[in-house]
Design a protein around this ligand. Structure first.
Ligand SMILES: C[S@@+](CC[C@H](N)C(=O)[O-])C[C@H]1O[C@@H](n2cnc3c(N)ncnc32)[C@H](O)[C@@H]1O
Length: 312
């Protein structure tokens, strides 16, 4: 365990546990069995709706006094830094104690501390009887501003699920090119480009495609959105994210659904599909392999289910 470089912590509501587990599997290639876990993979917590913190472990010890000595010997230099206690749920000491731990470690770092908008943040935490000190990256939640996009419509997907779909499609490998061939007002494109992927969108409805461009422009994101049918896409992508039409933009025929799946397969190696009903038969009709699936309820009242299918 201790040989792992990063200590991560998660937070999710119970109704999104399955979605969070699928994200953890996609980003860390690991099974989620706790809200706190070690990994060797470096992921920016802000790409995820569920990751709270990443602590890059520099020093660890079972005794706090020994940990302070290790930091002292380490001769750390920093400018405009601060030390924060990384809270890990039910095991956290009271506020004053946490502050005292931070102070004791802060004194061992050479340089000027800064408590408002520090440039460098160090973290300290106690997990399963061991103390860990290191460089802290917190989920900066700036992505929540995406909720205020100027254009939305009844078929828009939520930001939480959009972020997870991006992580499932890209597996954290930012060299991948991802397409959203039925991009609506661009919710997935926004989260994809925010995470650092090269994204491209298509949308058959001219007005909705324009709204998508308006949303991307509003956040100064550079993502091409083509007005057109998935059938006409001639480029190849590493992965596609397809939020299938439903409701007001519903698929009227089985043939159209089958056609979207066929074309998604034609243009991308991996497909992350969202549907409002069980489409396992339609997926099998295209000879796609279902690598993973999960059901997502929209809220804790469990009144709307979406299905996520990961296929190749
Ligand atoms: C469920 S909505 C996508 C919503 C989107 N994820 C968002 O958050 O805005 C599906 C979209 O697919 C579009 N669509 C339907 N058939 C299409 C096709 N053959 N090619 C491209 N887009 C299509 C619809 O106009 C609709 O905007």
């Amino acid at each position: 365990m201790e040989s792992c470089s990063y200590l991560y912590s998660l937070n999710y509501p119970e109704f999104e546990k399955e979605l969070c587990a699928l994200e953890v599997k996609s980003l860390f290639n690991d099974v989620m069995d706790d809200k706190v876990f070690f990994a060797n993979t470096k992921v920016d917590p802000s790409v995820s709706p569920f990751l709270r913190n990443r602590l890059e472990v520099l020093f660890s010890h079972s005794s706090f006094t020994e940990l302070v000595a290790l930091v002292d010997q380490g001769g750390l230099h920093a400018t405009d830094y601060m030390v924060r206690y990384v809270k890990l749920y039910d095991q956290d000491p009271p506020f004053q104690t946490r502050r005292s731990y931070c102070k004791q470690l802060g004194y061992k770092i050479h340089g000027e501390p800064l408590y408002i908008s520090p440039k460098e943040v160090f973290g300290i935490t106690l997990y399963k009887g061991m103390w860990y000190f290191g460089i802290l990256k917190q989920n900066d939640i700036t992505w929540k501003e995406h909720k205020d996009k100027p254009y939305s419509y009844s078929s828009s997907i939520g930001i939480t699920i959009a972020k997870v779909l991006v992580n499932i499609a890209g597996n954290g490998d930012l060299s991948k090119r991802i397409v959203d061939p039925c991009c609506g007002v661009g919710t997935v494109l926004i989260e994809g480009v925010y995470a650092g992927y090269a994204m491209k969108g298509w949308e058959i409805n001219r007005k909705i495609a324009e709204a998508s461009r308006g949303n991307l422009k509003y956040f100064n994101y550079n993502v091409p959105v083509i007005t057109g049918d998935i059938k006409d896409i001639e480029e190849a992508f590493d992965a596609s994210i397809i939020d299938l039409p439903y409701g007001n933009f519903s698929i009227t025929t089985q043939d159209e659904l089958q056609s979207i799946l066929k074309n998604a397969k034609r243009i991308s190696k991996k497909m992350v599909i969202v549907s409002a009903k069980d489409i396992s038969n339609e997926i099998k009709n295209e000879n796609l392999i279902i690598l993973d699936r999960c059901e997502v309820v929209k809220n804790k009242h469990n009144d709307f289910t979406r299905y996520v299918w990961v296929c190749e």
